[in-house]
Design a protein around this ligand. Sequence first.
Ligand code: SAM
Length: 257
Amino acid sequence: MRDFDYKKSLGQNFLVDENVKKKIVSSANIDEKSLIIEVGPGKGAISKYLVKLGVPVVAFEIDTRLKDELSKIENLEVIYGDFLNVDLNSVLSKYNYENVHLIANLPYYITTPIITKVMKINEVSEMIVMVQKEVGERFMSKPGFKSYNSLSVFLQYYFDVSEVCKVNRSCFVPVPKVDSIVVKFVRKKELLKVNDIDKFFKLVKDSFKQKRKNLRNNLKSYDLNKLESILFNLNKDLTYRAEQLSIEDFVYISNNI
Ligand code: SAM
């Protein structure tokens, strides 16, 4: 790997620890109707294990210098280009599948756009992603914790989110400045009943707008009298901050405001 000119700007820290690679792949729940997508296969650290699962694997890689290396991996389809510009539905339409799994060591500079793009596809039943440790902790965070934010709410509304394992920076080449975590997202079979999903998302975003401020300040544009009586039913009031509200609380408020 020493002869490769790693591009920091593309988040190129390649995974070299075989145990971590195996752990990522074995934590997936694949069946014969699965399709796997991988964003950023790099030199194929994880792809080599994914193709052994016997289902189609489609990888998206921006760096064409990796073509030679990746072409050696049998049964791996690689689409070269920026994943964020790919029409994912049209790529997926060429395959027969019932459930889609994103399994990847993500380029960290675009972690959130990748996850939000993939999660919008309903057939995506599972995402197993390596991300920067602090970012992964936010994805899993619960009310009352500093790391709990609007993204924690959005993601956990759709998915059960859990830790697969923490990964030390020494497991990568070149060694990054941060540690990592592998996080597993499993799409919930039943979602909490939200009357108006856009309204719900807007309420959550507005509530977290300025993290230190309370609901009275962040939700000034809402009917505060009404909000107060809704919060009263939840044993809460306008002095609460967004990080003290559960997903169920947000759903209740948005359905009633
Ligand atoms: N999967 C490999 C591994 O674990 O060793 C490489 C992971 S590395 C953290 C991230 C990979 O994402 C790199 O190969 C990088 O070139 C690729 N990448 C960066 N930006 C991308 C983008 N916008 N679309 C597709 N791939 C991208």
